[in-house]
Design a protein around this ligand. Structure first.
Ligand code: ATP
Length: 285
């Protein structure tokens, strides 16, 4: 499979401190790669650096084998679409306008959209289930509606890679399932899909591989069932939990929500004589 994106040893500094210390990832055509990890671990920062929105302070990012530093904004816009976690929502812009602007990556400067471009905008609106809001202004949409529109903007761009930062965070269950099918379908159609996501059951159901980011480092990569073990959930998220999958493809995350069996992040802070953590992770000698 064609390698679309490779990031090696990426570090990113923001606000005077290093946020990402070491990020490695590779994305191939036809692959859905999920980036998972706790709040503040550096997932968004890593994918923004990989997508060329932030400049790494160390390491390399290559798109189609070419160093990111040699790619101008127009080339980059044709290589990848980015669906941000917190989009800028300008006043007075309709959904169709926004998606048409997304399409402009495929146009030469000052070129007017053709009938094919307008068809691509319509198709993106349909696929993201945003056509029903096409004539509404962005500022009038709910959070979930806006997420679907953002995906439509990304799809209209027509790039072979889609990077989406938590595209389901504001969606209800049905809309999440629709988004999951859409993202998986895009990968099955040959796109590379890089997804930042907190829902581990969803990630394990749709991703070919997951990358775990913890405290600014990519600490594990591989098939979801091989990586998202109870041991990993305890170590990285400090919970006693297990992911299960049934033969029909339904996945579930079983969490001991109220238990106190998760390992303490600070072994010295653990209650003396408290129950042991799962799998012995973090146990004191
Ligand atoms: N511009 C910035 N200046 C300073 N610190 C920043 C900046 N952007 C992000 N950070 C910090 O970097 C850390 C990583 O942020 P990032 O958004 O990459 O994490 P994340 O893993 O995507 O988190 P979440 O799951 O909560 O969205 C956080 O502690 C955040 O506060």
């Amino acid at each position: 499979m064609t390698v679309l994106l490779e990031a090696e040893g990426v570090a990113v500094r923001l606000g005077g401190r290093e946020i990402v210390h070491h990020g490695d990832l590779a994305l191939r055509a036809g692959e859905l790669l999920a980036i998972v990890g706790p709040n503040g671990a550096g997932k968004s920062t890593l994918v923004r650096a990989a997508g060329g929105m932030l400049r790494p302070s160390a390491g390399t990012v290559r798109w189609g084998g070419e160093d990111l530093r040699g790619l101008g904004p127009r080339r980059l816009a044709r290589l990848r679409a980015f669906v941000p976690q917190r989009p800028h929502v300008p006043a007075g812009v309709t959904v169709r306008d926004a998606v048409t602007i997304g399409r402009s990556a495929q146009l030469r400067p000052l070129q007017r959209p053709t009938a094919a471009d307008r068809a691509a905008v319509d198709e993106a609106l349909e696929r993201a289930q945003a056509a029903v809001f096409a004539d509404r202004e962005l500022t009038t949409l709910s959070g979930g509606e806006l997420q679907r529109v953002q995906l439509a903007v990304g799809l209209a761009q027509g790039a072979p890679t889609l990077i989406a930062d938590e595209p389901t965070s504001a969606l209800d269950l049905g809309a999440t399932a629709t988004m999951a099918r859409l993202l998986r379908g895009l990968a099955d159609d040959g796109l590379g899909v890089l997804l930042v996501v907190h829902d581990l059951a969803l990630a394990s159901a749709i991703a070919d591989a997951v990358v775990v980011v913890e405290a600014g480092r990519t600490v594990a990569t591989g098939r979801p069932d091989a990586v998202l073990t109870a041991d990993r959930l305890a170590r990285t998220w400090q919970v006693d939990a297990a992911l299960t999958a049934d033969p029909g493809g339904r996945t579930a995350l079983h969490v001991d929500w109220l238990g106190d069996r998760a390992p303490s992040p600070d072994p010295d802070a653990a209650a003396p004589g408290g129950p042991p953590p799962p799998n012995g992770e973090g146990a004191r000698p």
